[in-house]
Design a protein around this ligand. Structure first.
Ligand SMILES: NC(=O)c1ccc[n+]([C@@H]2O[C@H](COP(=O)([O-])OP(=O)(O)OC[C@H]3O[C@@H](n4cnc5c(N)ncnc54)[C@H](O)[C@@H]3O)[C@@H](O)[C@H]2O)c1
Length: 280
């Protein structure tokens, strides 16, 4: 144990499963005290118990302001401060062609993904401003950086997370608080299994599918890959990183693709149409 978060108090929402669970494991292993907020009570309690005395589950629906305030209040009671707030809870939400999406479902998607993150930032900032330190980590997605990576409401909400991250970073920096976000592509969690395969338990099949389509040969992204990014942003190692969106996507959003490389056949020089090579 290298204890990169030694003595820090952290809150993670959506920590009963997937990326939140993997991040809670990593944070505790690195010396933090972690409060796991989630609506999945039995699962959350089981995860927290498996992490020992430095983890605690608290029921929290991120769309309910009082519950978010209570979660952060309980973290504050541990040591009189909050060092890390990770707004991770999420759903895929409304999923349909744009001309068929139900308004209520669209709004509910935004309520969980955007308003839920906003409430986490708001109440973390209340505690972090007086202490003049803290790291807030929001969860975006490759769907929040480019078109075509997810359903419409999800993509719009994840773009909003990037904006909210940059804007709150621009305000909170003067209090020594850093705000960053993470943008993963598909990684092996129940949410991705449900989205890609219609079965949240199909983890092996998901891993095979992700590995097959990954720009990095035979390598699926995992919840632990995202937890590693969160660990960097939570720790003092990222002390000068603020307002940033860290992709964990094997290069998908910067043009990396699976399969044979394009534009890489050996032609010494190409010029305008109708001419090839330097001698033409
Ligand atoms: N898995 C991926 O491929 C992927 C890719 C990009 C971004 N993300 C994002 O990562 C985050 C975590 O997703 P995951 O893949 O680990 O999914 P997951 O389903 O394994 O975990 C999400 C957790 O959020 C909780 N949750 C849902 N609604 C909530 C609410 N209102 N209040 C509190 N908790 C709530 C769920 O109970 C669940 O435990 C999400 O924001 C998701 O959009 C995931």
């Amino acid at each position: 144990m290298t204890e990169r978060l030694k003595g820090k108090v952290a809150v993670i929402t959506g920590a009963s499963s997937g990326i939140g669970e993997a991040t809670a494991r990593s944070f505790v292993q690195q010396g933090a005290y972690v409060l796991l907020g989630d609506i999945q009570e039995d699962l959350g309690k089981t995860v927290a118990e498996s992490l020992g005395s430095n983890a605690e589950y608290v029921f929290c629906d991120v769309t309910q302001e009082k519950q978010v305030a209570n979660l952060i209040g309980q973290a504050f009671e541990v040591a009189g401060r909050l060092d890390v707030m990770m707004n991770n809870a999420g759903v895929v939400g409304a999923r349909a062609p744009i001309d068929e999406i139900d308004l209520e479902q669209f709004q509910k998607t935004f309520e969980i993904l955007v308003a839920g993150s906003f409430l986490g930032i708001k109440h973390a900032a209340k505690v972090m401003k007086p202490q003049e330190s803290g790291s807030i980590i929001n969860m975006s997605s490759t769907a929040g950086l480019n078109g075509g990576f997810g359903p419409h409401a999800y993509a719009a909400a994840k773009h909003a997370i990037v904006g909210l991250t940059k804007n709150s970073a621009a305000e909170l920096c003067r209090y020594g608080i850093r705000v960053n976000c993470i943008a993963p592509s598909g990684v092996t969690t129940p949410l991705a299994a449900q989205a890609h395969l219609g079965n949240f338990r199909a983890m092996d099949e998901l891993e095979a599918t992700l590995a097959q389509n990954s720009p990095l040969k035979d390598r699926a992204g995992t919840a632990e890959d995202v937890a590693n990014a969160a660990l960097f942003l939570a720790s003092d190692e990222s002390g000068y990183t603020n307002g940033h969106c860290l992709t964990v996507d094997a290069g998908f959003t910067s043009g990396s693709k699976s399969g044979a490389p394009q534009h890489m056949s050996n032609v010494p020089f190409m010029r305008e149409a109708g001419k090839t090579g330097l001698g033409d």
